[in-house]
Design a protein around this ligand. Structure first.
Ligand SMILES: Cc1cc2nc3c(=O)[nH]c(=O)nc-3n(C[C@H](O)[C@H](O)[C@H](O)COP(=O)(O)OP(=O)(O)OC[C@H]3O[C@@H](n4cnc5c(N)ncnc54)[C@H](O)[C@@H]3O)c2cc1C
Length: 417
């Protein structure tokens, strides 16, 4: 069924009884050409582009919970292409272009809103760093504008410009940055993949990866054994656990990141705003809730909930930047498990096992990457060679140190970015 205004009118006349399930609920088949472990944004997008771009439809996505139960439905929904380093820059630029056509491509309303993203700076050194980042973004073909303090004051008057400790000097505006409804992205890709024949198997945990003579032959699951010619591990925060099933140790640490949403308010925050002196970023959802987040909880964990020091740190940063936020009541808080790579950049690569692929290392920024990651992973699995926009996302950079992409300039070491 194609979604349209006409379809809504037609269904309204039929009292909504004609709507069909958005995807099928098939039982797993004994064998597939390709099995994808993980029904998050990246797994679903990979399945979609395998079918759409390469005509490969004998594919199953195995999800241990339900579609959208992982980070794809837990993030703060921010989408941008403001990366600095070659390797990341062209990848996220490609991703943003795919975002801009996603709704028509998937025939699904993902509420992509390019409301502009502003990164604040608070010192001369930070201004220089932002100017350099803006130049790199423009060089890549994306947009960036350096704003002065008075320009910012006119756009976002509610910030505390007069704080003496971290005065706001200006900001880098990325107009094409913004937000999208996160779980709709999962549903849109799931529907698109299902319509092309991909089997989405929910409540199906992969418990083993079968390898014979150095080649992957299938997986063991809570719903039985499934043979497969190729297998992709796309399990985000649980990547380490899944790779262990193949006897691999990934250069990934899992950490919790929390998010918060307030009660619905009248429109107040028209952009995505990111604080430069504390880890704090905020936007307002279409329902009116202020959606915000901060830094990781600084210890490895697989628990999908956060701790109280994390809450305190985010609330303090929010109050420092925009004291008006103290009037809003926080309704909900949740956590997701981040797949942190040492250099803060992702991995899309084949492994030492023939036919076994890995997609992980999305850190706290993998939502915006979903379309380009799916595109590149599908390309790698279908053609055997990396897609040009993801050619540097190699696993072996952590073995030999060649090609490390230290985006945050903090050193290629866990816990520093
Ligand atoms: C609080 C928070 C805020 C964030 N904010 C942003 C943001 O504003 N912008 C941005 O770009 N990114 C953001 N991110 C990061 C982004 O959400 C993630 O990087 C991205 O969603 C990870 O990829 P995914 O969608 O495939 O992950 P997931 O949705 O977690 O998918 C992985 C799936 O694998 C499944 N799985 C695991 N093990 C198995 C197994 N053994 N068998 C079968 N299935 C398995 C899991 O159940 C899960 O559904 C944020 C994340 C969090 C938690």
């Amino acid at each position: 069924m194609r979604y349209s205004a006409f379809q809504i009118a037609k269904q309204a006349l039929g009292l909504g009884n004609g709507w069909q399930p958005v995807w099928r609920e098939p039982d797993p088949k004994p064998a597939y050409d390709i099995v994808i472990i993980g029904g998050g944004g990246h797994g679903l997008a990979t399945a979609y582009y395998l079918a759409k771009n390469h005509g490969l439809t004998n594919v199953a996505v195995l999800e241990k919970g339900y579609i959208g139960s992982g980070n794809i439905g837990r993030n703060t929904t921010m989408v941008r292409a403001n990366y600095y380093l070659p390797g990341n820059s062209e990848f996220y630029s490609h991703s943003l272009k795919l975002w801009e056509s996603m709704e028509s491509e998937l025939n699904y309303n993902v509420m992509h809103s390019q409301r502009g993203l502003i990164n604040l700076f608070h010192s001369d050194g930070q201004r220089d760093a932002m100017a350099r980042r803006g130049n790199a973004m423009r060089n890549q073909g994306d947009d960036a504008e350096l704003l002065t303090k008075s320009q910012l004051r006119r756009m976002i008057p509610y910030l505390d410009y007069d704080q003496t400790r971290f005065p706001i000097h200006g900001g880098l505006l990325h107009r094409r940055g913004g937000t999208a409804r996160h779980d709709a992205v999962a549903w849109g890709y799931a529907r698109g993949a299902d319509r092309r024949g991909v089997d989405l198997i929910q409540n199906c945990e992969v418990t083993g990866i079968d390898i014979e003579d150095g080649r992957v032959t299938g997986v063991q699951t809570t719903r039985g054994a499934i043979r497969a010619g190729k297998v992709a591990m796309i399990a985000a925060g649980r990547s380490g656990r899944v790779a262990e099933l193949a006897g691999m140790r990934l250069p990934i640490e899992s950490h919790v990141l929390q998010a918060y949403v307030t009660e619905g308010l009248k429109p107040a925050i028209n952009h995505v705003i990111s604080y430069g002196m504390g880890h704090f970023y905020i936007c307002q959802s279409d329902k009116g809730g202020l959606v915000f987040g901060g830094d990781l909880d600084f210890y490895p964990s697989y628990a999908q909930r956060g701790n109280l020091p994390g809450v305190e740190q985010v609330m303090e940063a929010g109050m420092t930047l925009m004291p008006m936020i103290g009037r809003a009541k926080v309704l909900r808080q949740w956590g997701g498990v981040m797949d942190m790579s040492p250099d803060g950049s992702p991995i899309i690569d084949r492994t030492d096992v023939d036919g076994l692929y890995v997609n992980c290392g999305w850190n706290y920024g993998g939502f915006k990457a979903v379309p380009a990651s799916g595109w590149a992973t599908a390309h790698l699995m279908a053609t055997g060679s990396p897609h040009e926009t993801a050619a540097r996302f190699r696993l072996n950079r952590f073995r030999d140190g060649v090609g490390v992409m230290d985006e945050e300039g903090k050193g290629a070491q866990h816990n520093l970015h």
